[in-house]
Every structure is written in C-alpha cells, then in structure tokens.
Write a protein of this length. Sequence first.
Length: 195
Amino acid sequence: MPALFSKNRTLFGVCLFSACRIRECCTLFTQDIYTPKGNVRPRLVIRKSNTKGKLATRSIPVIEDLRRLLTEYYPLAGEIYLFPGRSDGHLCEDSASRILRVACKQAGIIGASTQSFRRTALTQMSNAGIPLRVIQEISGHRNLEQLQRYLEVTDNQVLGATASLAMLLPGVSNSVKLHTDMGLKASTVEHSISD
C-alpha cells in the first residue's frame, strides 16, 4: 500500500473510530498511540492541551479495526507526532481538510468534511443505543446539549418512536407496517379492536 494512501486512511480512520476532532487527530503524539516496542496501546490518549476548550484528557479504547490501521501505519509514524507535518511539527488541520476534499472530489462524494467522521461515529453510537452520557465521555462534549446537535435523526426513527405509542391504548392490538422505497414514502398503522 502506498505510504500516502496509508497515512490518509489512518488519519481519517482515527477520526472515525475514536470520534475525535480533526485537530485532536492531527496533534496526537506517537508515544500516546504506540508502546516503545511499536505495539498499539489498548487506549488512544487525547491530551487535554489538544482538546477543544482544554477541558480534560480523554482515553478511548482502540477497537480492532483501528488497531489494524495503526499497526500498518507504524513505520510511517513520526518520532513525536503520529501524523508529522512538513516542518518538524504535526500535520495541520487545513492540510487534512485539503486531503479529504481532493479524495472526495476524485470519488464523486459531495458534502463530506473532516467533521463527517465525528458526526458519523457519534450518530452510529447513538443509533446502537449507547447512553448519551457514555457517548459524551468519548466525544469530549462539555454538555449533552452540544452532543445532541451532532446526532442525526432519520424519518424512520421518528416513525418508530411514535409507533411505539400504539401500545398505550388498552384492548387494541396493533401492527405497524413501514413501506420504504428510497426513503420513507408511506406508513400504515392497522388497528383491530378486540372483542
């Protein structure tokens, strides 16, 4: 795998699999990711000094998909920063954004940004039923209100939530049918009153 592809894939993989901000990813220290022997640590550390608002250091478990990316990337990691820049510092956020814009243009993807990885990760956790307080611990949002702005809600989720109310009327058996074709087209709720 070409070095540049591996670097970019790992950069955005870290953003997706840790739900970190692009600045937090670009400023990761190599020693916080790998042991002195080059093994991936069990937790990724985002230092307080590199977080938005400088609130707290976050420690995020490294899942297997991320471990694989980081293991492959190890020979390319910088001595100090995981993603080195051109002048002994770290890769800057603007460079990461530019890399993603070029890749998206080549792939015909419209509307994606470096923030998309974080939003996707947080929404995926929410959709999986992970409590918001746990997601907040991973995301580093200072309050739940800020976190909730990130979470996307689909029409099917809203329909499912309201359909769950059908059980509130005693003596009525309910069935909910969703008809979808390229999104939510129609919904039918059938009620049969029991004798």
